[in-house]
Design a binder for this molecule. Sequence first.
Ligand code: H2U
Ligand code: ZN
Length: 348
Amino acid sequence: MKLDFTKHPHRRLNLLTGEWVQVSPHRTKRPWQGQEEETGQDKKPEYDPDCYLCPGNDRAGDGRNPEYTSTFSFVNDFSALLPDTSNEKVNDSDLLIAKGERGICKVICFSPRHDLTLAEMELPQIENVVDLWVSEYKELGQKDFINYVQIFENRGEVMGSSNPHPHGQIWAQETIPEEPAKELNRFKDHYEKHGSTVLSDYLKLELERKERLVAENDHFVVVVPFWAFWPFETLVISKRPFARFTDMTDEERKGLADILKKITVKYDNVFKVSFPYSAGFHPAPTDGKDHPEWHFHMHFYPPLLRSANIKKFRVGYEMLANSQRDVTAEYSAEWLRELPDVHYKKRR
Ligand code: H2U
Ligand code: ZN
């Protein structure tokens, strides 16, 4: 029997990690309908005197925020990683193996406005956020004990975000952490075999096939990757195969801001709610090596499933055996692609 992606249970290979995802398209016989519920979202104030990220406010830690008018970054008051700590390696009987880990954690406020999100910010403001990411990546990455700079955003209460004020985080550390480390291996393998980055080859295919395309501009493309696990997972890929934040031209920085606006607006339009997600960049490690195999990209991992308040739980089979999804990547891509590029709050 010929394998039909729309009917037969199958496994797809994640090119970036080497892991497989189980796809069970037959479980959603009928078109999968997202209810468009206008969940009672309370309107937030532009400034919240109790918010620890608003300009001029006291933080939960010792500091007080300046009256910032654009973006603002500070060292996380409750940093999970610390710069001045042991980096000793422990090997007790070849069984208890550990290593001290040094690092720096920062918090980045995207805007002084408490009530905005990336999706609702104007392009020039998002460009400021991109510029800040670039300078943080550069500054942190230059430190000799920092070999990876992980920039990310947890958006929404369901993702465990502690505050609605638009913000993201950076964890920069000594070791290349697990997810980018898996990618590094796969990227190297492909580059050695083909002399090109795996993402440039993959991107070429996706631009030809178009069935998993979600959005595009001159410098970036958004797809639901063939191997997506989360129902609305997307991958943002740079068209030019550069490796680092600091490799971006001015035009590419603007392109990144534009594509971020496009995808976050589409996300909010899915269920007409501020769409929760964890998202983050995978630039090359800052370990002083060249990394011609690396291709700059970004992952969006939204937890929502069928409606604004039904979340996918990674439990049972998925915890014990394998990642699994029901609707195909192609189905989700079509859904996202067809959504308007104008935020639902700005329509009508
Ligand atoms: P979320 O991205 O999960 O919302 O986390 C926000 C971070 O802000 C969290 O890591 C930090 C927390 O430690 N924080 C401060 O650094 N100072 C504060 O005053 C409150 C929160
Ligand atoms: Zn605030």
